[in-house]
Design a protein around this ligand. Structure first.
Ligand code: CO
Length: 235
């Protein structure tokens, strides 16, 4: 009896043959070692494939993906990936890549129950609450795009605050953390301008990035200035 996945096995054979034909010795070289310069931390969403989006071949990008591209401080999986990428592979860039229309972010905004994943998405909910005053005055569509971007900015901050990245910077290892948001509708990546390359710029870069999303002009309006978080910019 043939496998219901036989068509994928067949395609794999064709792909491997094609790659080896175009680049003789490709797999042999790659099997010996990988030397990626990039670590991609993205959403599990099937529409955001890391390698294809940035036109990189196998061996060129180390990848971690989970629902809503989160970096949670107690997540041993994400931390292990970051540690291996930074300490062993010596990647030079870590990009946190969110995407507009992210189902995880939308579920948080619409307070939609998903199941077990609600607990994982609680971290995105925390981002929403932290920046409540910068979201509530927006229309629904703008809230969705904005929270997708804010979630990326928060995760860039989380990456930068790991002891892994702090230690790499302390020993002078070249390493930058970037925040991007990918458009499902046009296939384009937007750089959110939250690149951090040194310990002493983490807070200022974070604050500058968040400040681009204005609060309500009138602090007396519900959801305005009363939602200020100490980590958010008060100045
Ligand atoms: Co997503």
């Amino acid at each position: 009896m043939s496998s219901p996945l036989q068509h994928l096995i067949d395609r794999n054979r064709e792909w491997a043959t094609q790659v080896e034909r175009d680049h003789p010795g490709f797999f042999g070289t790659l099997a010996a070692q990988q030397t990626p310069k990039y670590l991609w931390i993205g959403c599990s969403d099937s529409r955001v494939p890391a390698n294809q989006v940035v036109g990189l071949a196998p061996g060129e990008v180390f990848v971690h993906r989970n629902i809503a591209n989160q970096v949670v401080h107690s997540d041993l999986n994400a931390l292990s990936v970051i540690q291996f990428a930074v300490d062993v592979l010596k990647v030079e860039h870590i990009m946190v890549v969110g995407h507009y229309g992210c189902g995880g972010v939308l579920a948080v905004l619409r307070e939609k129950r998903v199941g077990l994943a609600d607990n994982w998405l609680r971290h995105v909910y925390d981002v929403k609450m932290r920046h409540h005053g910068r979201l509530t005055h927006l229309c629904q569509h703008a809230q969705e795009d904005t929270l997708c971007e804010m979630n990326v900015i928060e995760q860039v901050g989380n990456v930068a605050q790991t002891n892994i990245v702090k230690d790499a910077w302390a020993r002078g290892q070249p390493l930058s953390v970037h925040g991007w948001c990918y458009g499902l509708k046009d296939g384009l990546v937007k750089d959110l301008g939250v690149t951090m390359a040194r310990q002493d710029e983490v807070v200022s870069v974070y604050r500058e990035a968040i400040k681009r999303y204005p609060r309500l002009a009138n602090p007396g309006v519900p959801g305005g200035a009363d939602a200020i978080d100490p980590l958010d910019d008060e100045a």
